[in-house]
Write a protein that binds this ligand. Structure first.
Ligand code: 13P
Length: 251
């Protein structure tokens, strides 16, 4: 049974003080405990948020990490540093990291491996550009990203790893993929995982949809058979809207 996961990606928003306030606000409301709620905050906010999440139902995640454990890598953060702050998840290969900061499939594969080794669950992001979708190449693009990132993993790893399908054209645009398109790609991803690793791995892996998810469209997205959750940017930055996303079953 795959537990639903609603993950907020705060991106580069909120100072440590603001982050503590928002985490406290979210944490003060009863969240549906059949749904796992996660906030992925800027690295500089992790310590501050960790302090207010003692005994909380909210899980803590990071947005990036480097694959080496320590050393001369100015500005980088390692899995063991995240682990020390009780970070349970890390977003890897987000399209903003790939597009703006030039992260390659090879780097992302190493990061996935390093996160799993440290006991942090990677949220691996995949997805196509508008151009690729218009050319009917979305499956080819996502297949290539998966083939690279899942290299060397065991079926067991797929119980920890989460895959987020985020079509780039739907991110921050207000234009979400239709639930049918999102389901079609989630199903494609599940089949790819089954054929690359095993049927059990395909059945176990949690697949999220990301791209303009809001309280108004979360229910229709979560009704899709192969979609186990959402990775949410803009709508996770306000306590009320994030809470209503997590409580989508009871609102
Ligand atoms: P929006 O929800 O703001 O479209 O962002 C999606 C995203 O990139 C989450 O990682």
């Amino acid at each position: 049974m795959r537990k639903s996961l609603i993950a907020g990606n705060w991106k580069m928003n909120k100072t440590p003080y603001q982050a503590q306030m928002l985490a406290r606000q979210i944490d003060s409301i009863q969240l549906d405990d059949a749904v796992e709620a996660l906030i992925c905050v800027p690295a500089i906010d992790l310590q501050a948020v960790n302090e207010v999440l003692d005994d909380s139902q909210l899980h803590l995640g990071a947005q990036n990490m480097y694959y080496e454990d320590h050393g001369a890598f100015t500005g980088e953060i390692s899995a063991s540093m995240l682990k020390d702050l009780q970070v349970e998840y890390v977003i890897l290969g987000h399209s903003e990291r790939r597009g703006i900061f030039g992260e390659t499939d090879e780097m992302i594969q190493k990061k996935v491996e390093a996160a799993l080794k440290a006991g942090i669950r990677p949220i691996l992001c995949v997805g196509e550009t508008l151009e690729e979708r218009e050319a009917g190449k979305q499956e080819e693009k996502v297949q290539g990203q998966l083939l690279s990132a899942l290299q060397g993993l065991s079926p067991k790893d797929l119980e920890s790893l989460v895959i987020a399908y985020e079509p780039i054209w739907a991110i921050g645009t207000g234009k979400s993929a239709s639930e049918e398109d999102a389901q079609e790609m989630a199903n494609f991803i599940r089949q790819q995982v089954s054929s690359m690793l095993s049927k059990a791995a395909g059945d176990a892996v949690r697949i999220l949809y990301g791209g303009s998810v809001k309280p108004e469209n979360i229910k229709a997205i979560m009704e899709q058979e192969d979609i186990d959750g959402a990775l949410v940017g803009g709508a996770s930055l306000e306590a009320a809207s994030f809470i209503s996303l997590v409580n989508y079953r009871i609102d």
